[in-house]
Design a protein around this ligand. Structure first.
Ligand SMILES: CCCCCCC[C@@H](O)CC(=O)SCCNC(=O)CCNC(=O)[C@H](O)C(C)(C)COP(=O)(O)OP(=O)(O)OC[C@H]1O[C@@H](n2cnc3c(N)ncnc32)[C@H](O)[C@@H]1OP(=O)(O)O
Length: 603
């Protein structure tokens, strides 16, 4: 049982409804409670009375609990906090609950209606929280709840003043969560719906039974318990249902073009992308949204290099056939029910596997070698695929013509070899950037030329967490896997010709790195996204050892939020072949209920 012994709680507006329920709940679990209530009317007009607060205090005391009444207006926030300090010597929890309504259509709303609601909800929450803050900071502990409303989140006719004040509280809670973090002060906003004197005229007849304040109280108590260290969240809660609410942003569009004036027509022409939620973004911190913005600006500015003779541009056309061939070549099979969408062009959700993005990009790689833009000659006998990064900005089209722009990012001297890093961007028919690839190619024995050793432009691979993997997916490749995969366009003889493979130092032809990459990506997508390609955002991996066709790829996965770390092993050789891998998802949809269960789909 979660207890609040030795904790001191202030609940504002605790004479009735939700506030009363919170006060009773805290007291029952051992807290000392300041029951604040001015005893005013729902509109804030008329006389005040000490009765509501006194009755709640009496009820608590009759049940053996500890409580004192406080009759100050929430506008006297400091005085309410002093009641807690004077009576109980400290303050741990503040529940901002008091409120009034002055509902009127916006047309008829007076300045007084507006100001009073702002004062009681927003300004008073500032005043009382500010008074509590210094105590909480000093003792390095605090739990704060702000009461927002679905009227603010979704709007509500006749509540312009209330909606505005309630959304103000969400912003206040978000920022205080950040400022309080290092002092162990957590802040949350809740949007409750409950039957009370404030809402009785607005709710349907069966609301009293189904929307009891008692169905909101347990969430507030849990958020205020010392064991709950989450902070900065917004919850909707009513009738026993609780859900977290977050902001969602469309993936949007960079409508500005390098060195061109930005016009109204640019906005009109990109409107579909600006408002499309096909691949929504969820930024949980300011830093995430700033990074996203600057990435978009940087990408746009980089496109300025169109005339740069280092950029290789070409188009690539494909049909559903290539989408299906690719899916088959990285292990998709009708044995897996969810794979039909990748294998059948008439399936209603026919889609490209997200890692299909490497196929157009690979076509450009081959031309890069012959274009002279590398600045040096490549010997296919020496090159091995070293690392790969793919990021999608929207799902790949299932047919059409895309434009590719490839550019060498850096050449590194690694001693035992040279490392070539190049980016390939993919644009759709509307010239929108839809995918980014970064290839890292290792040229064995070409190092020692005195070049730089690292590049800040190289996408970093990331080590897996130091714990046993959360999930494992295992699949055996076919002896003809490379023979099939090469039909996608990478006709490097290393993958089919025994004498070429032998000259390159291998006992037999090896699998394309991008083929094992496709398998591992499928494993993650299957396990954490229910094979839904729309949830895919980005992937990075390093190829550490070759895989031979016919061997098994066993992918170990660790989930950290929406990032899935992974490594792949080949049990037959007992070697780790892919390391430092991660897949970023827009959202996680777990496919396997029991953590750690191996999903075996041997052919
Ligand atoms: C434009 C051209 C287009 C051509 C496209 C053709 C693409 C395809 O057809 C080719 C393929 O698909 S090949 C198949 C897939 N790849 C493989 O099998 C490679 C497996 N990896 C290896 O064998 C070794 O890691 C190996 C050999 C890569 C490196 O091993 P070592 O030499 O033992 O290196 P090590 O001593 O471990 O490290 C030395 C420095 O190199 C860095 N490094 C290591 N592995 C790397 C890798 N995979 N990618 C990038 N860098 C890598 C290390 O970090 C180290 O650098 P530092 O000293 O700075 O830490």
């Amino acid at each position: 049982m979660l207890r609040f012994s030795a904790r001191v709680v202030v609940v504002t507006g605790a004479g009735n409804g939700l506030g009363k329920e919170y006060a009773l709940g805290f007291a029952e679990r051992g807290a000392s409670v300041v029951v604040n209530d001015l005893g005013g009317s729902a509109s804030g007009d008329g006389n005040h009375s000490s009765r509501p607060a006194d009755e709640v205090v009496k009820l608590i005391q009759s049940r053996g609990g500890k409580a004192v009444a406080d009759y100050h207006s929430v506008e006297d926030g400091k005085a309410i906090i002093e009641t807690a300090i004077k009576n109980f010597g400290r303050l741990d929890i503040l529940v901002n609950n008091a409120g009034i309504l002055r509902d009127k259509s916006f047309m008829n709303m007076t300045e007084q209606d507006w100001d009073l609601v702002q004062r009681i909800h927003l300004r008073a929450a500032y005043l009382i929280t500010h008074a509590a803050w210094s105590y909480m900071r000093q003792q390095k502990y605090g739990r704060i709840i702000f009461t927002t409303s679905t009227s603010g989140l979704y709007g509500n006719f006749g509540q312009a003043n209330y909606s505005a004040a309630k959304m103000g509280l969400v912003g206040l809670s978000n920022t205080l969560a950040l400022e309080g973090a290092k002092y162990n002060i957590t802040c949350h906003a809740i949007a409750p719906t409950a039957y009370s004197r404030l809402t009785q005229d607005l709710l349907p007849p069966d609301a009293e039974e189904n929307l009891k304040p008692a169905f909101v109280m347990p969430l507030v108590l849990y958020l205020c318990h010392e064991s709950c260290t989450d902070t900065g969240s917004l919850f909707q809660v009513a009738g026993g249902w609780i859900g977290k609410v977050r902001l969602e942003k469309s993936s949007g569009a960079m409508v500005r073009r390098p060195n061109k004036p930005m016009t109204v027509e640019d906005v009109r022409d990109n409107w579909k992308d600006i408002i499309s939620f096909a691949t929504p973004l969820h930024h949980s911190t300011q830093a995430e949204q700033v990074t996203h913005l600057w990435d978009a600006i940087r990408k746009m500015n980089n496109n300025n290099n169109d005339d740069d003779d280092k950029v290789l541009t070409q188009t690539f056309s494909y049909t559903a056939n290539q989408i299906i061939l690719y899916a088959l070549s990285v292990g998709c099979s009708l044995r897996q029910p969810n794979s039909l969408r990748f294998l059948y062009e008439n399936h209603e959700e026919f889609s490209a596997l997200p890692t299909f993005a490497v196929i157009p990009a690979q076509a450009l790689s081959m031309n890069l070698i012959s274009s002279g833009k590398l600045g040096f000659d490549i010997d296919l006998l020496r090159v091995l695929h070293g690392e790969q990064y793919v990021e999608l900005f929207e799902p790949l089209p299932t047919s059409g013509t895309v434009t590719l722009k490839g550019k060498v990012v850096d050449v590194l001297d690694k001693g035992s070899g040279a490392v070539l890093i190049y980016d390939v961007e993919i644009f759709n028919e509307n010239e929108k950037l839809i995918a980014l690839n970064q290839f890292v190619i290792f040229s064995v024995g070409s190092g020692g030329f005195g070049g730089k050793k690292t590049s800040e432009n190289q996408r970093k691979y990331l080590p897996a967490p130091q714990r046993k993997s959360d999930q494992i997916c295992r699949e055996t490749t076919n002896i003809d896997q490379a023979a099939l995969y090469r039909l996608n366009g990478d006709r490097n003889p290393l993958h089919i010709d025994p004498s070429f493979a032998s000259a390159a130092g291998f006992s037999r032809p090896i699998l394309h790195g991008l083929c094992s990459f496709g398998y591992a990506a499928r494993h993650v997508l299957h396990t954490y996204a229910n094979d839904n390609p729309v949830l895919f955002k980005a992937i990075k991996v390093r190829f550490t050892k070759p895989v031979e066709p016919g061997q098994t790829i066993e992918t170990h996965m660790w989930r950290e939020g929406n990032r899935i770390f992974f490594e792949s092993k080949v049990p037959e050789s007992n070697q780790t072949v892919l390391t430092g891998g991660y897949v970023d998802l827009h959202d996680v949809v777990l496919n396997i209920n029991t953590p750690g269960t191996a999903e075996v789909r041997n052919k």
